[in-house]
Design a protein around this ligand. Structure first.
Ligand SMILES: [Fe+2]
Ligand SMILES: [Fe+2]
Length: 179
């Protein structure tokens, strides 16, 4: 789940620079807004549920502190973006810098944190369940309703979430669902 988010974020930053080259200001603004919301959701999910659960499974616990400091910088940039108008040259510069931060951060999470956790005894099934539940709440809170975006009904969205949780449960390959 977290790796999927990372992949989507990295693609969004690539798409942004394409839109920027094409001079599509409205497209840039919409994409930046959506991406910032998704990043906020992802960071809160990690901070509230994933990092506390991951801490005990790491060889180097200070990876969590580093990650939290990096989230802090990303949040500051997101805040700055929200006060800039998309015509401002600083707008795309800020979003681009955010992309570079995120790229670095993702590299550390996937390359170090997830790597160390792969060798640990984290209870992946209950962690995934907790993360799915919190994710749905945060989607509502941040106005990131998957049902609205993809034209799904709420029932369809709930079924999809449940299915991905079941799928993860039936997979013994530890932690694939969470990470
Ligand atoms: Fe993170
Ligand atoms: Fe992450």
């Amino acid at each position: 789940m977290l790796k999927e988010d990372h992949k989507r974020a990295k693609k969004a930053f690539r798409d942004f620079s394409k839109l920027q080259e094409e001079g599509d200001e409205a497209g840039c603004q919409a994409l930046a807004e959506q991406t910032c919301k998704e990043l906020q959701l992802h960071m809160r999910l990690e901070e509230e549920v994933f990092y506390p659960a991951a801490r005990g499974g790491l060889d180097e616990e200070d990876l969590i502190e580093e990650a939290e400091v990096e989230h802090g910088s990303a949040k500051t940039l997101i805040e700055q973006l929200s006060s800039l108008s998309p015509e401002d040259a600083k707008f795309s510069a800020t979003f681009t810098v955010l992309g570079e931060y995120i790229k670095h951060h993702v590299k550390e999470e996937e390359g170090e944190m997830f790597e160390q956790l792969g060798r640990s005894k984290v209870d992946w099934d209950s962690l995934l369940e907790e993360m799915l539940a919190r994710r749905m709440e945060l989607e509502g809170e941040l106005g990131l309703d998957a049902a609205e975006e993809e034209g799904e009904t709420e029932e369809q969205a709930a079924a999809r979430m449940a299915a991905s949780s079941d799928e993860a449960k039936s997979r013994p390959s530890q932690g694939k669902g969470v990470r």
